[in-house]
Design a protein around this ligand. Structure first.
Ligand SMILES: *Cc1c(COP(=O)(O)O)cnc(C)c1O
Length: 374
């Protein structure tokens, strides 16, 4: 492919910091670079506690453990999302109650939440799709009225805000991803953000294999041992050192991605109109972190034709997310409700290439030369 869908961007300092981590003589987790990254996230985004994890999936698993999800508990999750959003809770025994997307964007339709809540509902997981905020005022008000936890799957949402607050700082807890397809990366990697004091202590314990090792390191207890459930959720210093190089460049990365996003958004107006295609709505109250530029085609056939056409020009565009309520794993466990908006985005959403070094002019040139087949 001349233009791939994604290309990880390296700032140039990654190997220098990894070398430094090696020279420091301590490359397991929770060391110098881990602390630098965590402090940065807490101070810049307003999370009460930030813990690096080996993936966003792991951070979501920690959320499910912290929320004390037990077999039979219900968790509300949008159907149009990545598998991990639901899987992390299924592993704890939860029954997933899938929610539909909104009509005009793939985020969870908050107006349907009240009808999905029962006395078994323990948590609502929201996904800020494409880094665009869900309607958090309404969601938090509904959840608080029912004493339900809100967990933000902010995998795509770094640097994005809802009103004055950064995404990931609004719900009780949140999970971010630094997978190489996200805005800032560490190969595989993630972050758990905790905003409710009740969960901070236990989060550190679950993070460190069910031990109070983090407290011991701070000198708060004189020996450490097995005190709770947990796993090995913390990444090595090598990953954290890599991530630090990305963090140092985050403003530059965001500036470039936003330029690309606005270029697409302006250059494709006439093209979209001519083909009856909708461009990704530009966020208003919420901010845009340019994680993604997508369009919604008028049909699945049109989307497939455009993907094929771009491929013939050596450009890779992609679609994603089969509605989870229709997945092989969950379709027989789903309660049978139709989720038409989720299905619509599943069938018609198309993602254009988006990465730091992208030549978006080439992509636009190819798209405007596309002719609707007769
Ligand atoms: C990327 C992504 C994940 C998974 O992130 P990993 O770091 O690969 O575990 C989860 N949810 C959403 C919405 C994502 O986009």
């Amino acid at each position: 492919m001349k233009i791939p869908f994604n290309k990880p961007y390296f700032t140039g300092k990654e190997t220098k910091y990894i070398e430094d981590a090696v020279k420091r003589g301590m490359i397991s987790g929770n060391g110098y670079y881990t602390k630098k990254c965590q402090t940065y996230f807490q101070e810049s985004f307003g999370f009460k506690k930030a813990l690096l994890t080996t993936s966003c999936t792991d951070a979501l698993e920690m959320c499910a453990m912290l929320a004390n999800i037990k077999p039979g508990d219900e968790v509300i999750v949008p159907s149009y999302t990545f598998v991990s959003t639901a899987l992390a809770f299924v592993r704890q025994g939860a029954n997933i109650v899938f929610a539909d997307s909104k009509t005009d964007n793939p985020n969870i339709d908050e107006t349907q939440l009240e009808t999905l809540i029962t006395n078994k509902t323990k948590a609502i997981v929201v996904v800020h799709y494409a880094g665009v905020a869900c309607n958090m005022d309404t969601i938090m008000a509904i959840a608080n009225a029912h004493s339900i936890l809100v967990i933000e799957d902010a995998a795509q949402a770094i640097c994005s805000r809802y009103k004055e607050k950064y995404l990931g700082a609004i719900g009780h807890m949140a999970a971010f991803s630094f997978h190489e397809t996200k805005n800032i990366i560490s190969g595989e990697g993630g972050l758990l953000a905790i905003n409710d004091d009740r969960f901070i202590n236990r989060a550190e314990i679950i993070w460190e294999k069910g031990t109070n090792r983090a407290e011991f390191f701070r000198g708060e207890v004189n020996k450490y041992g097995w005190v709770d459930t947990g796993s090995s959720f913390l990444p090595s210093e090598i990953i954290a050192a890599f991530l630090w190089a990305q963090i140092e460049n985050i403003d530059n990365i965001q500036k470039k991605r936003l330029q690309l996003w606005h270029y697409y958004n302006n250059a494709l107006v006439n093209w979209a109109h001519a083909h009856d295609i909708k461009l990704m709505p530009e966020p208003e109250k919420e901010t845009n972190n340019a994680h993604m530029f997508y369009v919604v085609c008028k049909s699945m056939a049109q989307r497939d034709a455009i993907i094929k056409y771009l491929k013939s020009k050596n450009i890779l565009s992609v679609f994603h997310y089969l509605s989870l309520h229709k997945s092989q794993f969950y379709k027989n466990k789903h309660d049978g409700r139709a989720l038409p908006n989720s299905d619509k985005f599943s069938e018609r959403l198309l993602r254009l290439p988006m990465f730091y070094e992208l030549d978006a002019v080439e992509v636009v040139k190819a798209l405007v030369s596309y002719k609707t087949p007769r």
